[in-house]
Design a protein around this ligand. Structure first.
Ligand SMILES: [Zn+2]
Length: 567
């Protein structure tokens, strides 16, 4: 084997990554990855690089066999491969690794999971570093890192970008721990992005200065410029509000061949949004994008430390805040008026009060997270209602001086100054400064799954909380009938609204309204297209059936109305 020359970035960075697209007919089929480590302080048997073998049950590049090779300056190294994750040789000098990673081609039946995987997207490729980038473990100190896309042999118009690329997409240079490269999104191909969206003081080679952009490859069936304008406004508001100047944020779009309406994955400094066929067909609600992006951006600032708290169900903290500021950032920017706040709040509150899991404790809900979407979603709505309640209580005790903003910003600042996110205990301690011993009671009440009732004067000035009892969501048959193909009606209850509307056990569902959309909006009807086999015909009968997917009984719920509004 011939020894490949080491990349020039070696002279500059402790860790230099070069990514080269492998192409067939102008389509990226794989990536060629080179990782160069400057003087890794390792002995025989030490771990040189690591890569998860599986993420969310989806295999990563793995580099089984001899697809990953290691060299130092005197030649190839003996190497056990990533399954043992160990290099048996020590490095006297500089070392480099080379690997190839094929793009995963996905189809309608590919297993869905969080978007960590590396996959084909139109003619390009998109994924996180977890999926393909072998990296040294994080050490005590930060490294100088460079990331380069080698596009010398790519067709004209090809670009490469990752979460921390500078605005002009040139070689990125940053200081950080290697894991930052795993937590980044990478997109290569004929990508599109917003022009003129850098702020004026962006130095061309600096990735330190604040920068916002959106990257995509597919045709987007909506006005991206309009979405981008509002989203950028929200981003700038948040940098200011959370007192974090110079932040950078990127949004990546990925097209999915699934019928999933849309899903997303947030990583530091970026968000990847996947959109599926259904959404493309149905058209896009413009507002919902700014809302979603505002939610995800909040995660970039306000979080609790990973670990025990999160394992015990403290997702409500970050998800509730993300929901809160997705509404309030837009409200404060004038992108949402009072009626908008009430509307958005009421449908989220409705989702909480009518959730079948509303009375379970946070810990119980957390245990069901990967079993039912209801469990994944509850921390959002319940967390939000809890934050609204805390906001009102703090306003009351501070004589109207402040609500949760002050506390939340302090938690964000605490994390930034000491480089470590706050724990739940630290938050509760800080909350007690505002509320006294009530803080603990409030938390226990919510944490145990007891009903959260908003104080009368809460949300925004001019609004009052009102009791609105509501019908819980009830599809009338197993929700899996809609979630998993082949979509056949199973477990139909004869007393349900679905049955009364004419649905039969065994009907094949060919079109439907997204379940979460129905759950979020009390008034939304389920519209199904059905194919039904009948004895008298070879051709199945096609039927349109519409019904209200709600129970006949009501549960206690709360919402808000404007005091002076007619109604
Ligand atoms: Zn979230």
């Amino acid at each position: 084997m011939t020894q490949l020359p080491l990349h020039h970035a070696l002279d500059q960075a402790d860790l230099a990554v070069t990514i080269t697209p492998g192409l067939l007919h102008e389509t990226v089929t794989h990536l060629i990855v080179q990782v160069v480590l400057k003087k890794p302080a390792l002995g025989p048997g030490d771990i040189l690089v690591q890569l998860p073998l599986e993420l969310a049950k989806i295999p990563t590049a793995r580099y089984d066999g001899n697809t990953l090779k290691a060299f130092d300056q005197s030649g190839p190294l003996e190497w056990k491969g990533l399954t043992t994750r160990k290099a048996r040789q020590s490095f006297g000098g500089n070392g480099s690794l080379r690997g190839r990673r094929m793009a995963m081609v996905v189809g309608v039946d590919t297993k869905t999971g969080p978007a960590f995987d590396l996959r084909a997207d139109n003619n390009g490729i998109i994924g996180t570093g977890y999926a393909f980038l072998p990296l040294p473990a994080d050490g005590e100190s930060k490294l100088t890192i460079s990331v380069d896309f080698d596009l010398r042999y790519s067709p004209a118009g090809f670009h490469g970008v990752f979460t921390h690329s500078p605005p002009d997409l040139s070689t990125a240079r940053l200081t950080g721990r290697p894991s930052i490269l795993h937590q980044s999104f990478y997109l290569l191909g004929r990508l599109k992005y917003l022009k003129d969206y850098g702020n004026n003081h962006d130095a061309v080679t600096s990735s330190e200065s604040g920068h916002f952009n959106i990257f995509w490859q597919s045709e987007l069936p909506f006005d991206i410029q309009k979405v981008a304008k509002e989203t950028k406004q929200v981003f700038e508001y948040m940098c200011d509000f959370f007192q974090c100047p110079g932040e950078s944020y990127r949004i990546f779009f990925r097209e999915d061949p699934y019928y999933v309406v849309r899903s997303g994955l947030a990583q530091p400094g970026a968000f990847l949004i996947s959109f599926g066929l259904l959404l493309k067909q149905a058209g896009w609600a413009l507002d919902s994008f700014t809302t979603l992006f505002a939610h995800e951006m909040t995660h970039n600032f306000a979080n609790l430390a990973e670990g025990e708290d999160i394992a015990n169900g403290a997702q409500w903290y970050a998800e509730g805040l993300a929901e809160y500021y997705s509404i309030f950032a837009r409200y404060r920017l004038g992108l949402l008026d009072m009626h908008g706040v009430i509307n958005e709040m009421n449908y989220r509150a409705q989702a909480y009060y009518t959730s079948p899991l509303a009375t379970l404790s946070n810990e119980e809900v957390n245990k069901l997270t990967w079993k039912t979407q209801n469990a994944q979603r509850l921390p959002y709505s319940r967390g939000l209602v809890f934050w609204i309640r805390l906001d009102a209580l703090i306003r009351e005790t501070s004589g109207g001086h402040h609500g949760i903003d002050k506390l939340v910003v302090e938690m964000v600042q605490l994390a930034r100054t000491r480089g470590k996110l706050p724990t739940l205990a630290e938050f509760l301690e800080r909350l007690a400064q505002d509320l006294g011993p009530v803080a603990r009671q409030e938390y226990e009440h919510h944490n145990s799954g007891k009903l959260i009732v908003p104080p009368e004067h809460s949300l925004i000035p001019g609004a009052v909380a009102v009791r609105i009892d509501m019908e819980p969501f009830d599809l009338g048959f197993n929700e899996e009938s809609v979630l998993l193909g082949p979509r056949i009606v199973r477990g139909l209850r004869s007393d349900s609204r679905a049955a009364k509307a004419g649905i039969l056990e065994g009907d094949l569902i060919t079109s439907w309204i997204d379940l979460n959309h129905c759950k979020d909006h009390l008034e939304v009807k389920m519209e199904l297209k059905i194919e039904r086999k009948t004895a008298d015909s070879e051709v199945p009968r096609e039927l349109d059936i519409t019904f209200w997917p709600r129970a006949y009984t009501k549960v206690e719920g709360w919402g808000w109305k404007l005091v002076n509004a007619k109604d």
